[in-house]
Write a protein that binds this ligand. Structure first.
Ligand code: SF4
Length: 421
């Protein structure tokens, strides 16, 4: 009954999203899988509304897995006689130019390694699997870099019709509420049980639609803060709602002593049901870790370009770590308690290394501070500017750097934090 109610609701109410349109219209299963795969990778940690434009641009540029893999071949031929690559210290021109394109398209979506891994996986399918995607969740997860259990389940069920469940943040919330699972929802015991439940629940005839329906319910109705229980297609089956309405969940038929002892799924005894929270008692999360606080000084160096328009210096970040391979205004980390005078001095020294000429600390103009919250870092940029009269020769031995107009800056692979700066 739950499956039928959920699928009927999905058929009537599902949002019209570009990847759903592609996956429905595409008769070829591998092309369908590619369309789903790209969307699932982009949707990890990123909102649907943000992803839509990025997805459309990506699919226009590389509409198939072969197109994405072949792009690297074209670049390889063009790059054979290239001078040293201006964008990257990588000795492999093929990869560094394509990475650059992917980074530019991905800029603003965050978690940049996702795009890179998608590329690697596409090349692997074409080079080692004759262009044929693995067709089960187990093989997808085992053989493709960057494809985890959830993405594998989504591709296999939506594109190849495998009756396998999926568990993402939305599904965790819905299932924990449906079954009053009150233990820490990130604990291995709960996660294992949720996967078992998702695999048992999935509709055998329409697994892809069922999984999407469960996720859609979590995204639009069973939302984190104010779920719309009155409009919910599965409210008759929901133990959390029953508990809210009647003060206790319906009895569990096959667990005689549920709620007694150390059940790994029930709310811990120290944190009982809070009636003011209603169904949002579930899912229960472990206490959030504090974000790391970090400060950096950054300088917008400006010169008059050859066409008269202002140009700005951007430099490339290292190829691993936070915002790997992206471009930024020259920046350096600051210790927390550094006074402004000292900040100017260390920044001036840093710029001097780039420009190969002395920079007076007093010539740096303090513009203000920009705060950007990364998933685990509370970052403050202390922003300075420095207009330059003459030209400067950049040291090619340092990281790659280039001068860009404002328009070119926005089209480059720069992070959202740098756009704020
Ligand atoms: Fe979520 Fe409410 Fe539906 Fe239960 S009834 S699944 S809590 S929206």
């Amino acid at each position: 009954a739950l499956r039928g109610a959920l699928l009927a609701w999905y058929d009537e109410r599902k949002r019209d999203l570009p990847w759903r349109r592609l996956a429905t219209a595409e008769p070829d299963a591998d092309r369908r899988a590619y369309a789903v795969w790209v969307s699932e990778i982009m949707l990890q940690q990123t909102q649907v509304a943000t992803v839509i434009d990025y997805y459309n641009r990506w699919m226009q540029k590389w509409p198939t897995l072969q197109a994405l893999a072949e792009a690297s071949l074209e670049v390889s031929v063009a790059g054979a006689g290239c001078p040293p690559c201006p964008y990257s210290s990588s000795s492999n021109v093929t990869l560094c130019l394509l990475e650059q394109e992917v980074n530019e398209l991905w800029a603003g979506l965050g978690y940049y390694s996702r795009g890179k891994r998608l590329q690697e996986a596409a090349r692997k399918v074409v080079a080692e699997m004759a262009g044929r995607m693995p067709r089960t969740a187990e093989d997808l997860q085992k053989l493709l870099p960057g494809v985890g259990r959830y993405t594998a389940g989504a591709i296999a069920s939506i594109s190849y019709g495998q009756a396998t469940g999926v568990v993402d943040g939305n599904v965790i919330r819905v299932l924990c509420r449906l079954r009053c699972i009150g233990a820490d929802s990130s604990s291995p015991a709960v996660i294992d049980r949720l996967w078992d439940m998702a695999n048992a629940l999935v509709d055998r005839n329409r697994p892809g639609d069922f999984n999407q329906a469960l996720m859609e319910l979590g995204a639009t109705v069973c939302v984190p803060k104010a779920p719309l229980c009155g409009e919910c297609p599965v409210k008759q089956h929901c133990r959390a709602r029953c508990r809210k309405l009647f003060g206790k969940p319906p009895p569990v038929p096959d667990v005689e002593d549920c709620g007694v002892g150390d059940c790994p799924l029930c709310p811990p005894a120290a944190e009982p049901w809070d009636s003011s929270l209603g169904v949002t008692n579930f899912p229960r999360k472990a206490a959030k870790k504090q974000s790391r606080v970090a400060r950096a000084a950054t300088c917008v160096l400006e010169r008059r370009g050859c066409r008269g328009a202002p140009e700005y210096l951007i430099v490339q970040r290292p190829s691993s770590g936070l915002l790997a391979g992206l471009w930024e205004f020259p920046s350096l980390p600051l210790t927390q308690d550094l006074q402004e005078e000292k900040q100017r001095e260390v920044l001036a020294d840093h710029l001097q290394a780039w420009m190969g000429q002395p920079v007076a600390a007093g010539s740096l103009r303090l513009i203000g501070e920009v705060i950007h919250i990364f998933s685990h870092i509370h970052q403050t940029y202390v922003v300075y500017s420095l207009p330059l009269d003459g030209d400067v020769t950049l040291d090619p031995a340092l990281s790659p750097s280039r001068w860009v107009t404002e328009e070119e800056f926005h089209a480059s692979a720069v992070s959202t934090a740098m756009k704020k700066v």
